[in-house]
Design a protein around this ligand. Sequence first.
Ligand code: G3H
Ligand code: 13P
Ligand code: ZN
Length: 311
Amino acid sequence: MALCTTKEMFEKAYAGGYAVGAFNVNNMEIIQGITEAAAEEKAPLILQVSAGARKYAKHIYLMKLVEAAVEDTGLPIALHLDHGGDFEICRSCIDGGFKSVMIDGSKYTFEENVALTKKVVDYAHERGVVVEGELGKLAGVEDDVSVADADAQFTNPAEVEEFVSKTGVDSLAIAIGTSHGAYKFKPGQKPQLRFDVLEKVSRRLPGFPIVLHGASSVIPEFVEKVNRYGGKMPDAIGIPEEMLRQAAKMAVCKINIDSDLRLAMTASVREHFALHPDHFDPRQYLTPARDAIKAMVKRKLTNVLGCGGAA
Ligand code: G3H
Ligand code: 13P
Ligand code: ZN
């Protein structure tokens, strides 16, 4: 088994009414925790790398770690660039062995987004790589660039056919009320997603895979655990798992999750040091941290994605 694209994964997910998890990776323990969970559940998997992750760990290390995970587990795994900000980073990831890239032109005008996305698609498709585009703006923080709530905007369903046909993208990320990070809704605010927008988009693009970013649930027990062991996180609210299950049954074939893994890992490390203040061997705290990632991914595969057994 070698690294694969998301093409077959998405075809099966669309037909099967489930979604594939796309988890952000930054180091060996995160990759191992995710892939061990997926292997036990026999789940197809997308491992995604942000510009920040490439800067932190270096492209070559992440590439080799993911190749090792494919060899170790035998799972279909797609290695994907998350939020490619320009043509150059997409080209670099394609040339460096990724099978899937996202070009995020959502901050540009429609015409500029189309032109940039098409340029990436042309380069990628010639090399057997698939491309995710984005229409609509999510609120939140990526790579320290913050999109204020006021600047976020839902995807306009009237634009999606033109965007997909002009660019040739293989999947499309849309904005329906999710956002990046742990603080998706204000304290007291009721989480809501625009399923009507998703429904309209999918009617205009029958059979076409839709992507949901900013889909962590920010499970209260993990925020409480971080704070119980010395953390100082303000009230954090995420997307209820039930809503994500509903999206997965509709046209959403890829669900992006990062913050929930960060929370699980941080809660574990904080707990470890609170209970074992004398420990200083990194393996002592990274072993339970890796197990915490694994348990969180198992929870996602079962409670949210429904893709267990589909590999
Ligand atoms: O959408 C953003 C992901 O959570 C990656 O975050 O850019 O801080 O690596 P990052
Ligand atoms: P969360 O911050 O909700 O985990 O979203 C991650 C994401 O969309 C990565 O692209
Ligand atoms: Zn994202």
